[in-house]
Design a binder for this molecule. Structure first.
Ligand code: HEC
Length: 132
C-alpha cells in the first residue's frame, strides 16, 4: 500500500514530462512559421506581396519564390543585374540574399540592407516556403 501513491505520482510526473516535450515540439514548429510571417510583415511586405495570383508591388511577387528561377516573374521590371544573375532561389540562396542582397546580386535594385539574425531568416524562409 505504501508504494501505490508513489507509483501514481511517478506516472503523473512522467505524463507531465512527456506532455511538455511534445507540446514544446509542436509549439516550436508553429512558432517558426508564425515568427516568419511577422518578420515578412515587418521587413518585406512594404515591397513584396505573397498574394495569389502573383502580384507585384515595388518588388516582384514572392508567391512560390522558394525553388523558383531568379527574375522569372514576367510582369516585373527587374534590374539588368537581377536579369543576368541566373540563380535558383533555393533556401540557401535566399538566406544569402536576405543576409546581404548586394553580396549575392551586385547592383540589384532591392533597397534592403539585410537581416543579420540567422534564426529570423530561417523563420522567414520557412514561411516563404509555405506560400505556394
Ligand atoms: C524597399 C523595397 C524592398 C524590400 C523592403 C524588400 N525587397 Fe526584395 N526586392 C525589391 C526589389 C525592387 C526587387 C527587384 C530587384 C532587382 O530587380 O534588382 C526585389 C527582389 C527580391 C527577390 C528576387 C525575386 C525574383 O523574382 O527573382 C527576392 C527573393 C526578394 N526580393 C526577397 C525579399 C525579402 C524576403 C524581403 C524581406 C526580408 C525583401 N525582399 C525586402 C524590393 C524590396
Amino acid at each position: 500500500m505504501q508504494n501505490q501513491p508513489l507509483l501514481t505520482s511517478k506516472k503523473v510526473f512522467l505524463a507531465v514530462v512527456i506532455g511538455c516535450i511534445s507540446l514544446g515540439v509542436i509549439n516550436a514548429y508553429a512558432a517558426d512559421v508564425n515568427a516568419g510571417a511577422d518578420s515578412f510583415d515587418a521587413n518585406c511586405a512594404e515591397c513584396h506581396s505573397i498574394a495569389k495570383p502573383l502580384k507585384n508591388k515595388k518588388g516582384p511577387g514572392l508567391l512560390g519564390v522558394v525553388g523558383r528561377q531568379s527574375a522569372a516573374n514576367a510582369g516585373f521590371d527587374y534590374s539588368d543585374a537581377m536579369k543576368a544573375a541566373n540563380l535558383t532561389w533555393t533556401e540557401d540562396k535566399l538566406d544569402a540574399y536576405i543576409t546581404n542582397p548586394k553580396a549575392v546580386v551586385p547592383n540589384d535594385k532591392m533597397k534592403f540592407k539585410g537581416l543579420a539574425n540567422a534564426a529570423e531568416r530561417a523563420d522567414l524562409i520557412a514561411f516563404l516556403a509555405q506560400q505556394k
